[in-house]
Design a binder for this molecule. Structure first.
Ligand SMILES: [Zn+2]
Length: 573
């Protein structure tokens, strides 16, 4: 906390009263100049004010009586009408000299691993990711999951022993720096990739993770923000993307709907939602800076998640391990380094809540350093404080209940819904994923009752499944088809658009020759809520009216004599 206040020593001296009556375009223009965002702080008298303010500006930190925030021009125009006395702060992305950020050119070995004590240029970043993929082709694979608004690459490196198979093992994701000026995790993730790749086969802890998990790492989620000052330096990095949008307020929100910030989904947001939808991620973390805390869901509401005690357990492990390896006073904010997000301050439209609610993935927001961009000379120290916790958090994905769900008759894997009685709420249930039928439910110690269900199958409940910390309980489950004598072969995924949908969804027939089809819409419990028979004579697409469906998640199932196709869709009114 003390470090936060030291920020104010670096404050630009500009302080002015902003009042609704006097704010006008000229003032705003001179305040912003060519800048897309400004950084400032102000006093509040009551923490309840935050819940209103968080819908207007991008709050970055809340202390006992101060709020630190960013705003673009239109956000600040709205905010200025509220009459707070504002102190403008120097942009965290412009605090350091080039010498503090970069090693002199030429000191890095461009063809090999680096000492992670510098902030790479954009090209060095891309080259390094390519270097990893080319040097360790049997252990990793580089994927471009999209491009930013300014056409920079959104890169994800997958690290796994069986790199080309999507087998029955957990999937884990680390992503950093969606706020482009919070860079401790950016370098930390590059360092982690190198640590995993070079340690495989010699370091037993690393080998265990790489053997048993598909690990996905995206070191830089907002390259346009990070390189807002140009591709050759991170000096001038911004929180927002190049459209002046805070990407961590741009996601669908469990309480406030699909566009809680009033902006369209940015390229970066769409890319990450698409990536998550294409996987079956069990756990993830999203690295930030400006504070030092393991901030677990929810951010948007005071209600606790079903798995709150598990979050406290893994959060304590993360923070306490840092306390063991870091200096006194580091990573001790809020409850000695952990907090549920809302208890700190409400944030709406964040990635963490989106991932938990819509992707059934346990994602946490981890704030790694009060100083958003520490001098390059400190980066190796942060790595030494943090990396045991990076590894511990990944390892947690191996524990809990996991197994494969298959069809009793055919032995084929199934996409099934796994619900825990008297426990799951607010989308905390998980699903097995195709093509392996693998599911993975991380959960706190206890004895649990699990119900497995899939459209077209009898549900099965298994009671008294015992879980202890640091152990996996393996539970393979077979489900019996509702349809006697008919092999319910899973033929593939349907193409359906749009999702989310308001009124009509378009279902593309997966087989073009004329056939009689049965169309079912099932709720998340596998109960059919709509059923009809259709024929695709000469038609490629069937339009289904979903205006009468309540907002929520559904499965659309299209079946013919050969088998079934399905797809999860979202209806949102
Ligand atoms: Zn952040």
């Amino acid at each position: 906390m003390k470090k936060i206040f030291s920020l104010s020593l670096l404050v630009l001296i500009a302080t002015l009263m902003v009042r609704g009556q006097t704010s006008n375009d000229n003032q705003l223009n001179s305040l912003f100049g060519s800048k897309k965002e400004i950084y400032f702080k102000f006093h509040i008298f009551d923490k309840a004010e935050v819940n209103k303010l968080t819908r207007i500006i991008s709050i970055d930190n809340v202390t006992a009586d101060e709020v630190f925030a960013y705003a673009n021009k239109s956000e600040f125009e709205k905010f200025s009408k509220l009459g707070y006395q504002v102190t403008f702060l120097k942009a965290p992305g412009s605090m350091l000299t080039d010498a503090e950020l970069m090693k002199p050119a030429g000191t890095r070995n461009p063809s090999g691993p680096a000492a992670w004590d510098f902030y790479p240029t954009y090209q060095q970043y891309v080259d390094t990711m390519v270097y990893f993929a080319n040097t360790y082709p049997s252990l990793c694979k580089l994927d471009t999951i999209g491009t930013s608004a300014e056409n920079r690459l959104l890169l994800v490196l997958e690290i796994s022993k069986d790199i080309n198979t999507d087998g029955p093992k957990p999937q884990f994701f680390y992503t950093s720096s969606m706020h482009g000026d919070e860079l401790t995790g950016y370098i930390g993730m590059l360092h982690l990739i190198e640590y995993l790749l070079t340690g495989y086969g010699t370091n037993p802890a690393v080998s265990k993770l790489v053997d048993s998990i598909q690990i996905f790492i995206n070191p830089l989620a907002n390259p346009d923000g990070t390189y807002a000052g140009g591709n050759n330096t991170v000096n001038g990095a911004t929180r927002y993307n190049s459209n002046g949008v805070d990407l961590n307020r741009n996601y669908p929100d469990p309480v406030y709907g699909l566009h809680p910030d009033g902006n369209p989904w940015q390229f970066e947001t769409v890319a990450f939602m698409g990536f998550a939808s294409s996987k079956g991620l069990t756990m993830s973390a999203n690295f930030h800076g400006g504070a030092e805390v393991f901030n677990y869901p929810w951010d948007t509401q005071p209600k606790l998640t079903a798995d709150n005690s598990w979050w406290v357990f893994v959060g304590r492990e993360f923070a306490d391990t840092i306390h063991k390896y870091g200096p006194a006073g580091y990573f001790t904010m809020l409850d000695n380094g952990i907090s549920d997000g809302y208890a700190w301050y409400q944030a709406i439209g964040g990635r963490q809540d989106y991932m938990n609610y819509w992707q059934h993935c346990r994602e946490v927001t981890i704030e790694l350093s009060v100083n958003k961009m520490p001098p390059a000379s400190q980066l190796v120290s942060f790595w030494n404080y943090d990396y045991h916790s990076y590894l511990n958090y990944i390892e947690q994905v191996l524990y809990g209940i996991q197994g494969v769900v298959t069809d009793t008759a055919t032995g084929l894997p199934l996409k099934a819904f796994v619900n825990i009685a008297n426990h799951d709420i607010d989308s905390s249930q998980v699903y097995s994923r195709m093509p392996s039928g693998f599911y993975d439910r991380v959960i706190d110690e206890g004895s649990w009752s699990l119900t497995f269900s899939a459209p077209g199958y009898y549900s099965k409940t298994i009671n008294n499944v015992a879980i202890t910390h640091y152990n996996a309980t393996h539970l393979n489950v077979q489900l019996k088809s509702l349809y006697y004598g008919t092999a319910r072969l899973e033929q593939g995924e349907l193409t359906i658009y749009p999702s989310p949908a308001k009124t009509d969804v378009h279902i593309v027939f997966p087989e073009t020759d004329s056939k009689k089809w049965k169309l079912d819409v099932l709720n998340t419990m596998g109960v059919s809520i709509f059923s009809s028979e259709i024929t695709n004579s000469g038609k490629l697409i069937h339009v289904l009216d979903v205006a009468g469906f309540a907002s929520g998640m559904y499965f659309v199932v299209l079946s013919n004599g050969n088998g079934i196709y399905r797809k999860q869709i979202l209806v949102s009114h």
